[in-house]
Design a protein around this ligand. Structure first.
Ligand SMILES: NC(=O)c1ccc[n+]([C@@H]2O[C@H](COP(=O)([O-])OP(=O)(O)OC[C@H]3O[C@@H](n4cnc5c(N)ncnc54)[C@H](OP(=O)(O)O)[C@@H]3O)[C@@H](O)[C@H]2O)c1
Length: 321
């Protein structure tokens, strides 16, 4: 009897911890998206704040410094930037968090979000891939994220060539680190009951979403190769122009097709979840808002920087935007 009460209390505390985590993630995604969407409002001060904190690489805002001006500690902190190479830290954090969460799904007893009321043995779990096991889709989503972060980790350390002095704002760096903990957590808290399965393993929406995810990853890798190729010309690296107009593939249609591919791969995750998980939708909304904002800044930058830039190229959605 006592054991049953303890076990019931443990289940309740886990449920409370789960609800708290889901609530916190939803607030995080909503706040993040709102901060970017507010940038379309005509508030010059806020637009400058957003551009400075979000700008990286070619879009970084470099302010003229008055050598005589004295700055307080907060203002000096606001000027801190880190090398653009630190982008790889995001994927390392994303990979490690995803791996840790997959492990936790299999062995939850190793770490509890909420202290267990006693050492009562937990009821035996079903096999992770047993029919109706509500964590199976979460494991699949996390596995996709693992592939994505591993791929991006390799690319950002071995393929990407940043311009000398390419940097990002400290706010972007800190946010990016939080993002790559929040995104795997969002997939980790996903729950579903399988109904129809393909080969007894996957639902149709999981197969479709998974294929879209893989296609978008391959496409993004090809587009990344084109960008890296712009800096792989013969001759000394510092003799070639730092930035060029990317050409070929989806670059003929939009300025930032690699951002479009990123949106498609997150759409793949929404499809895997059958569009039934609000937290995954909110994460997707943030990715769309953030990358659409960055793409329109990039397009504007290309148009002002290169006279021969094809003006008909849209920012991120072919023919539309
Ligand atoms: N999930 C999300 O919310 C999210 C958010 C942001 C980014 N991302 C992803 O992270 C990846 C990198 O993003 P990013 O914003 O750093 O992309 P980016 O600014 O387009 O830069 C990507 C790489 O290409 C170089 N590059 C860009 N334009 C170039 C040009 N015209 N000529 C020569 N080289 C050029 C950059 O060099 P420099 O560093 O020297 O500029 C950098 O090495 C993308 O695949 C994006 O989808 C995802």
């Amino acid at each position: 009897m006592e054991q049953a009460v303890d076990s019931g209390a443990s289940v309740l505390s886990d449920a409370l911890a789960g609800s708290f985590l889901i609530g916190a993630l939803r607030v995080f995604w909503l706040l993040s998206t709102t901060l970017v969407v507010l940038g379309v409002l005509p508030f010059g001060f806020y637009q400058r704040f957003l551009r400075k904190s979000a700008g990286r690489g070619k879009l970084r805002v470099v302010e003229k410094v008055d050598p005589g001006a004295k700055k307080g500690p907060l203002a000096r902190l606001w000027d801190v930037t880190v090398p653009q190479d630190y982008f790889s830290h995001f994927y390392l954090v994303g990979f490690m968090s995803t791996l840790g969460l997959i492990h936790h799904t299999f062995y939850p007893e190793n770490f509890r979000f909420w202290p267990s009321p006693s050492d009562t043995p937990q009821p035996k779990k079903p096999h992770p891939f047993a029919e109706g096991f509500e964590h199976a889709e979460s494991i699949f989503l996390l596995a996709l994220m693992l592939v994505h972060t591993a791929r991006r980790l390799c690319e950002s350390t071995m393929l990407e060539k940043h311009a000398p002095g390419s940097r990002m704002h400290i706010a972007s760096y800190v946010y990016g680190l939080c993002y790559y903990v929040a995104a795997p957590l969002t997939l980790y808290v996903h729950r579903s009951k399988k109904v129809k399965t393909v080969w007894g393993l996957f639902s149709w929406h999981e197969v479709l979403g998974g294929l879209l995810f893989i296609f978008a990853n391959i496409k993004q890798h090809q587009l990344g190769q084109i960008l890296a190729g712009l800096r792989h010309r013969s001759g000394p690296f510092d003799k070639i122009p730092v930035y060029r107009i990317p050409r070929g593939d989806w670059f003929e249609w939009v300025a930032c097709p690699h951002y479009l591919a990123e949106i498609l791969l997150y759409l793949g995750l929404v499809v895997v979840s059958e569009g039934k998980d609000l937290t995954i939708w909110l994460m997707f909304s943030w990715v769309v808002a953030n990358l659409t904002y960055a793409a329109q800044l990039a397009r504007r930058w290309y148009v002002t920087k290169f006279e021969d830039y094809p003006k008909e190229r849209k920012a991120i959605v072919p023919l539309l935007f």
